[in-house]
Design a protein around this ligand. Structure first.
Ligand SMILES: Cc1cc2nc3c(=O)[nH]c(=O)nc-3n(C[C@H](O)[C@H](O)[C@H](O)COP(=O)(O)OP(=O)(O)OC[C@H]3O[C@@H](n4cnc5c(N)ncnc54)[C@H](O)[C@@H]3O)c2cc1C
Length: 442
């Protein structure tokens, strides 16, 4: 554990993986960069993994334990290949490779899309259907294992940051402890404390008018059901049942032990009140009632839900800055997005990689320039995907945002899926993006 005051630089001899020439003696700064990250979520841990080779990293997390609520997250090749490059092994730790997509129309219960693919062949990396707990554990392992490059990150739980000084890269916790770094990274999610100090009060988020139920159902309940077993829901597949104003999306995870659901619908169709809290519980009976217009087979599927969460989906306009002094916000703190494209965590992971790439070998005096580079490389892409996530929303939300993007409203094809897939999946890190997509750099 680090001394909380963390004011003195540490000259410790790191293990044999430390790459002395990239970081320890840079431009006369005879020490590694000291980085303080607020938040040990997906973004904060990935950022620690990205930096550990050449920086001393301390991650402060408000929670007493890293116990993500039960739910799954899918990582497309753009994010999964970054985790692999960090040494993470998601498939070996239970994530399932997605190899097909089915879309059913709720109106007439017809299969409208049934496509098969292999991203490992097409994009060189699997599309990983992960349990969030497994993903977070694996990121924690990669960030803190003594066997990794450089020095393990120090993760301090029960460390709730209440204020920060962006120009001096320092934070203070509720317990009154202050941590100083050369760089401060706000990876503290939607309700970021760091963001307030970086952008002032310009951040606004508002209810999008939609909410999402989330649930995990044990595989036996599907396998042993006379009608549900034959649907193939536990195959390596994402299944969507689309009812224009509401949707069911489900896929298997944790070595096919669980089926994950996300059911998004307008608040006006809820039979209960949603809250802006990931841990808020929903009522499984109210969930089924909200899907009464769907074919009985899908209602029967929802009836398998034992316990579910109900989450109010919030909408955020893009921020125009992520940086102040020696501080940058990344992940949901900078660009939280609606979940309709499943790219929130992936964009957070891309940010984390960009921070690592831009701070490599940088002297303390050049930190603000390096952070500006992160912003320049990441801003247009993350903002575009944030906007696309809005425009692939439901019902009138989709129309409103497509209109803002100047795109035609076409109920059947709001986006060209192939172009969008290529845009998101064909990402090979921030520096390669800078070379191959100069028009996407600020
Ligand atoms: C229904 C739903 C489905 C989704 N599905 C997908 C999907 O399939 N694919 C995908 O890519 N994304 C998905 N997302 C989005 C994704 O979950 C988020 O974008 C992602 O979790 C953001 O990661 P983060 O680390 O930036 O923020 P968070 O996950 O919110 O982590 C922030 C961390 O900071 C800590 N923290 C907060 N404040 C403080 C403080 N003051 N001091 C110290 N610590 C603090 C928190 O405890 C937390 O650990 C989904 C989201 C929802 C709601």
């Amino acid at each position: 554990m680090l001394d909380p005051e963390y004011a003195d630089c540490r000259y410790s001899n790191h293990n044999q993986h430390t790459m002395v020439n990239t970081s320890e003696f840079v431009n006369g700064d005879k020490r590694k960069l000291r980085v303080v990250i607020v938040g040990a979520g997906i973004c904060g841990l990935a950022c620690g993994a990205s930096l550990r080779e050449y920086a001393d990293v301390t991650i402060l997390e408000s929670a007493a334990a890293l116990a993500e609520i039960g739910a799954a997250v899918h990582l497309a090749p753009n994010a999964h290949r970054i985790i692999k490059a960090f040494g993470g092994e998601l498939i070996q730790t239970g994530a399932m490779p997605c190899k097909s997509f089915q879309e059913w129309s709720a109106k007439d219960n017809k299969l409208v899309i049934n496509s098969s693919f292999d991203p490992l062949v097409d994009a060189g990396c699997e599309w990983a259907l992960c349990h969030r707990v497994d993903l977070q554990k694996e990121l924690m392992r990669v960030a803190t294992t003594p066997d990794g490059p450089g020095s393990p990150c120090t993760v301090l739980l029960n460390s709730w940051v209440v204020s920060c000084d962006p120009d001096n890269a320092s934070v203070t916790t509720k317990g009154g402890q202050t941590y100083h770094g050369d760089v401060l990274i706000g990876a503290d999610g939607l309700k970021s404390v760091v963001r307030g100090q970086v952008v002032g009060d310009s951040f606004r988020s508002r209810p999008s008018g939609h909410s999402a139920y989330r649930a995990l159902v044990p595989a036996e309940k599907i396998d042993n059901h006379p009608d549900l077993a034959s649907l193939g829901l536990l195959d390596n597949r994402i299944t969507m049942v689309n009812g224009a104003e509401r949707r069911i999306i489900c896929y298997p995870t944790r070595n096919r032990q669980l089926l994950n659901f996300v059911c998004a619908l307008p608040d006006s169709e809820l039979n209960e009140i949603s809250e802006e809290k990931w841990s808020a519980k929903g009522d499984p009976q109210a969930l089924v009632k909200s899907y009464a217009s769907f074919d009985p087979i899908w209602q029967e599927l929802l009836r398998q839900t034992g316990e579910c969460g109900l989450w109010q989906l919030r909408d955020q306009d893009p921020l125009d800055k992520w940086i102040k002094g020696r501080t940058i916000i990344i992940g949901d703190a900078a660009h939280s997005m609606l979940p309709h494209q499943g790219q929130g965590a992936s964009q957070a992971i891309e940010d984390a990689e960009a921070v690592g790439a831009c701070l490599r070998g940088v002297a303390v005096s050049n930190v603000p320039t390096a952070l500006k580079r992160v912003f320049d490389l990441r801003y247009k892409r993350a903002t575009y995907i944030q906007q696309i996530s809005r425009s692939s929303g439901l019902g009138s939300m989709r129309k409103e945002y497509l209109a803002k993007l100047g795109q035609a409203v076409n109920e059947d094809a709001p986006l060209n899926p192939i172009q969008y897939r290529d845009f998101t999946w064909n990402y090979y890190g921030a520096l390669e993006w800078e070379k191959s997509h100069p028009e996407w750099i600020v």
